[in-house]
Design a protein around this ligand. Sequence first.
Ligand code: PMP
Length: 304
Amino acid sequence: MQKADKIWLDGKLVNWDEARVHVLTHALHYGVGVFEGIRAYKTDGGRTAVFRLREHLQRLYDSAHIVLMEIPFPIERLHEATLELIRVNRQAECYIRPIAFFGYGSMGVGALNPVQVCIATWPWGAYLSEEGLKKGIRAKISSFTRMHVNVQMVRAKVSGQYVNSFLANREAAMSGYDEAILLDTEGYVAEGSGENIYTVKDGVLYTPPLSSPVLAGITRDSVLRIARDLGVTVVEQKFTRDTMYIADELFMTGTAAEVTPVREVDNRRIGAGVPGPVTKKIQDTYFRAVHGEEPRYREWLTVL
Ligand code: PMP
């Protein structure tokens, strides 16, 4: 990864190479950290804007609440710190990673150690490749199942829960695919290892409801609003894997993955095997929105 100058750690800006924690940090052993992935984009006026910063920070605090963690800073402080860090690192565009975690103190799974908070920023291009954004990716149903709602906390973005995503993503990559699609414990489609998922059939957009074990993606929220504004009917409903095989279009969304078309699932071509018109229109509007080119979505931007 490309280093930046500074990292914000526990209230201070420290040099990138000096942002360290103890090896007996609780979260490293038991995975109780909560985190976010946010992006800042250059807008048409040349200024940098963070996309939906408030919503991401709110989800961070909600995740912390779910895992009984008290973040030792008010939300406004992390808001300010994020903007300050981007300025200090002089980044016109970057990925932003806030994380709060139980730090060093005692050991044992239930220890409530002091909470540490970190924000890092770095340049990060297309998560599923530039070519993937343009032509679509190849995905495979994972042999790993997405967590059950009473096994993990699906409304929270918790570090330890990403072992499931890691296994699914590695399995897909090692089998020659770009990304994994996970089914829920009932066998319905849930989401990608780090993305929400959508099909388009006869012009209608379908995505699993938030009662499925899926992260309440902020890109998902943005894309559903964009789709409705474009006059596309949106249906939040569970669907089966073979529904994807016969869909006209398929795509995935996430802060990192943005809006990535899927051209193939389990070696079956989706639609014409190229990004379809609804996907392209939504992707185009999303990119215009993050770059400040859509006045009606300006409220989503925090301009530096
Ligand atoms: N699902 C999972 C499992 C994820 O990790 C992510 C990325 N945070 C998403 C969906 C998409 O969420 P968002 O659009 O808020 O980035």
